[in-house]
Design a protein around this ligand. Structure first.
Ligand code: SF4
Length: 345
């Protein structure tokens, strides 16, 4: 782990057994598995925002939950400030949970409809035994609400989630996540359930808090424009793997992997004159229970060649800090593929 890394994820996997009937399971020797995440690796420097982008079903949410051990990883490591948290027991993990919090897509998931806003935000303090008196805890809750711009806090403390707007509810969820002063936040599509008109406000609030409190975010989104707005670097997920990563400008402005190129080509551009090139992407995403042999993108890839159907590509560093899991770059750099045959040529 290098000096300024807060978190390093290495070869993280999460497989779910498939439920089948008794007869089917007797006839099959090995249990079938859904490979929701299948060897994810990345690191995030302290104080940075790493975005994970990908379509629904790519494994983004499971990655965030496995990192926080809300889903137990099948294998791999998650090193947080030098400690592999996958190896911690329940008690040790509870202590560390103060440092690592999740902001959900739907604030209703994290807010109990029967609890007032005060009860929801004070709960983490009570769980972790923070604050010597009710008065001190009330002060901390009021300060947390002010921090997320729910002002004056007295107007919100004794209301219920259904009495607030979607944006206000997400601000409460952020206050609840931040009241323990964590170092690391997994934000899983935090604005996708909100009205388009208030998304930017909530994103800006998250950026302000990140800077003010020196937070490190793993920011999960399916929206490439939001990933660009929020992140300094990104990883693109496809069928449980990161297939391209690097600085936002390298990955989203100049993508190397055929899948990232197809994703970018599908983003509407306001100026019809500047229409992006049409990149054919064939068929549907295969099921994670039935991954294709070789490169998992091969059934849809317009550039697939023999090797892609036999071997599984690992991330190849196309340039410093920018990797793509595609054999074309390896073939090109070793002189087996001539210039002009790369997808972006
Ligand atoms: Fe396409 Fe082959 Fe590259 Fe996979 S490894 S993305 S199939 S060219």
């Amino acid at each position: 782990m290098t000096g300024d890394e807060l978190i390093r994820v290495e070869n993280l996997k999460k497989y779910f057994p498939v439920r089948t009937g008794v007869l089917a399971s007797l006839m099959r020797r090995e249990a079938q598995m859904i490979k929701a995440i299948d060897g994810v690796s990345f690191s995030i420097p302290r104080g940075e925002i790493f975005g994970i982008v990908g379509e629904s079903g790519s494994g983004k949410t499971t990655t965030g939950r496995a990192i926080l051990r809300l889903e137990e990883p099948t294998s791999g490591s998650v090193t947080f400030e030098g400690t592999d948290i996958v190896k911690l027991d329940k008690g040790e993990m509870k202590k560390l949970r103060r440092e690592m919090q999740l902001i959900f897509q739907d604030p209703f998931e994290s807010l109990n409809p029967k609890m007032t806003i005060y009860e929801a935000v004070v709960e983490p303090l009570e769980i972790h035994g923070i604050g010597k008196s009710d008065e001190e805890r009330r002060g901390l809750v009021s300060a947390a609400l002010e921090e997320v711009q729910l002002i004056p806090p007295e107007d919100f403390l004794f209301r219920y989630p259904h009495e607030l707007s979607g944006g206000q509810r997400q601000r409460v969820a952020i206050a609840r996540a931040l009241i323990l002063r964590p170092k690391f936040i997994v934000a899983d599509e935090p604005v996708s359930m909100l009205d388009v008109s208030i998304r930017t406000e909530v994103l800006n609030l998250m950026l302000d808090l990140q800077e003010k409190l020196g937070l490190t975010y793993l920011f999960i989104t399916h929206d490439l424009a939001i990933a660009r707005y929020m992140s300094s670097s990104v990883g693109v997920m496809y069928l449980g793997r990161i297939i391209e990563f690097g600085e936002v400008s390298d990955v989203l402005d100049d993508p190397d992997h055929p899948y990232t190129q197809a994703l970018m080509a599908a983003v509407p551009v306001p100026d019809a004159e500047k229409k992006r090139g049409d990149l054919p992407i064939r068929g549907e995403t295969p099921q994670p229970i039935n991954l294709p042999q070789g490169c998992r993108f091969n059934p849809r890839c317009p550039y697939a060649f023999d090797r892609c159907f036999k071997e599984d590509p690992m991330l190849f560093m196309v340039e410093p800090g920018h990797g793509a899991a595609c054999f074309l770059y390896e073939e090109f750099h070793s002189g087996r593929l001539e210039r002009g045959r790369l997808p972006k040529d």
